[in-house]
Design a protein around this ligand. Structure first.
Ligand SMILES: Cc1ncc(COP(=O)(O)O)c(C=O)c1O
Length: 443
């Protein structure tokens, strides 16, 4: 498939083969998050955002597997590196917890192991003086380990934000505040307080700013006389630098300044959950790089292929066995994919591309001014459209799918748009034209 000329081309979606796959899948797969009747043909041509389904339809994927495939399909920057691996049994070699694997000088930059991935992650967070990484298997585990590390350092209370999503293990889900069914009926870590996440960009209407003694919802709770939360008991504040599942909300700078003041005053640890906003998605390596905040821990996953909890050596518990995972860091190929993604972001200047192409999308959609769209927002390639109603948003997702453009909803009536980090000008133009047609048709 030639990425420079490919276009979405669909006859019927889902086609007959896709229907059979979906039926079979539902016989054996437990119900989880299932959005589309889209069945990727993993053996058929695919390049960048373009992929082929089992009926031969060519689709344009602007979901990037919810940011887990940040470079789209069959990216040579990744495939070529993986193709060079000459290993006895790459898939059988578990992570680094019980022993580490070698075979090349440890500092060799192209060595494919978890240590090289950790090295890259330390480099990518050196502006925060981070020097240690714990690798796990998923985003939820990256969060789970981050909160364990903070609890181990002291405190039994935690602060999360309205609209937050941090994963589905019991610890991580206790911090979720996006959809009720994520937590319904499950036991939770006690002592979690939630306060508004201020994404207001004119007047603050979310409840963050108050007339109370602290001037905002968290400072009020922490106030020495009138508050009811003892800062000494707070193990961490966990923040998505741009809220993902909750609606691609970009924080208000005043909200960030307020958080900074609270953290400085009370010396509270900050966990930045960068699982959706990190790895270049917003045009900076980490979403938090757009703010003056200095996190104590960063959680990453998705595009890395493994989970990563990154911090300072002084914060991780010294005693062995406090955190551990047999397949943490995945296998050699998994760890190598994380290395290749980070190298591609740096070597191909994908942060600049994310910024430029994000602006192109936002300007083009703003100019198109489609009816029923309240706002076009975004930071880098973490892009969103707010619709007047949830029904219209859902209809647009369905219509775009019928035209061969894969998109996802988030929040209540928001559409999220996640092109690959190396998306081209032509591909953005193409997506904008399909999307505007879909909005027109769905109105
Ligand atoms: C911000 C954030 N945190 C945590 C997670 C959980 O990651 P995983 O699905 O890999 O467990 C997600 C997944 O979408 C996420 O967006």
């Amino acid at each position: 498939m030639d990425r420079d000329t490919a276009e979405p081309s669909v006859s019927s979606l889902p086609g007959d083969r896709a229907k059979r796959w979906v039926e079979y899948h539902h016989e054996v797969a437990a119900p989880s998050t299932y959005v589309y009747e889209f069945v990727l043909d993993a053996t058929a041509p695919a390049a960048g955002p373009f992929c082929t389904d089992v009926d031969g339809n060519v689709l344009m994927d602007f979901t990037c597997h919810v940011a887990s495939a940040p470079l789209g399909y069959n990216n040579p920057l990744i495939l070529d590196r993986l193709g060079e691996l000459e290993l006895v049994d790459p898939l059988r070699i578990a992570g680094q917890d019980f022993y580490i694997s070698g075979g090349w000088p440890p500092e060799a930059p192209d060595g494919p192991g978890p240590s090289q991935l950790m090295h890259r992650l330390v480099e990518a967070t050196e502006h925060f003086d981070f020097d240690r990484v714990f690798l796990s298997n998923s985003g939820a585990e990256a969060v789970e380990n981050a909160i364990k590390v903070c609890y181990a350092d002291g405190g039994h209370r935690a602060v999360t934000f309205e609209g937050a999503f941090h994963g589905r293990t019991l610890g991580a889900l206790s911090l979720n505040r996006s959809k009720r069914n994520h937590r319904k009926g499950y036991p939770e870590v006690p002592g979690v307080l939630s306060v508004p996440y201020c994404g207001c960009h004119t007047e603050c209407t979310c409840g963050w700013q108050t007339d109370g003694p602290g001037g905002n919802a968290l400072a009020d709770r922490l106030h020495p006389k009138q508050g009811n939360l003892d800062p000494a008991e707070v193990a961490f504040i966990i923040l998505e630098p741009v809220q993902g599942e909750g609606g691609y909300r970009i924080p208000n700078p005043t909200f960030i300044d307020d958080l900074q003041a609270i953290i400085d005053e009370h010396d509270i640890r900050l966990i930045a959950d960068e699982i959706q906003s990190g790895l270049g998605r917003t045009g900076e390596m980490w979403g938090i790089d757009h703010t003056p905040l200095e996190p104590d821990v960063i959680c990453s996953a998705k595009g890395l292929r493994v989970g990563a909890t990154i911090s300072k050596g002084s914060l991780f518990p010294e005693e062995t066995g406090r955190i551990s995972s047999t397949w943490g860091a995945g296998d050699i190929v998994g760890a190598m994919r994380g290395v290749a993604v980070l190298d591609a972001i740096n070597e191909e200047d994908l942060l600049t591309n994310a910024t430029d192409r994000g602006e192109q999308f936002t300007e083009a959609m703003t100019d198109a001014d489609p009816s029923g769209v309240e706002a076009v927002r975004g930071l880098g390639l973490m892009l969103a459209l707010d619709f007047e109603t949830k029904e219209l948003r859902d209809a647009v997702v369905d219509d775009a799918f019928d035209r061969g453009l894969l998109l996802l909803g988030c929040g209540y009536r928001t559409l999220r748009v996640l092109p690959p980090l190396d998306v081209t000008e032509r591909e953005i133009d193409l997506a904008v034209s399909v999307l505007t047609e879909s909005i027109e048709a769905a109105n």
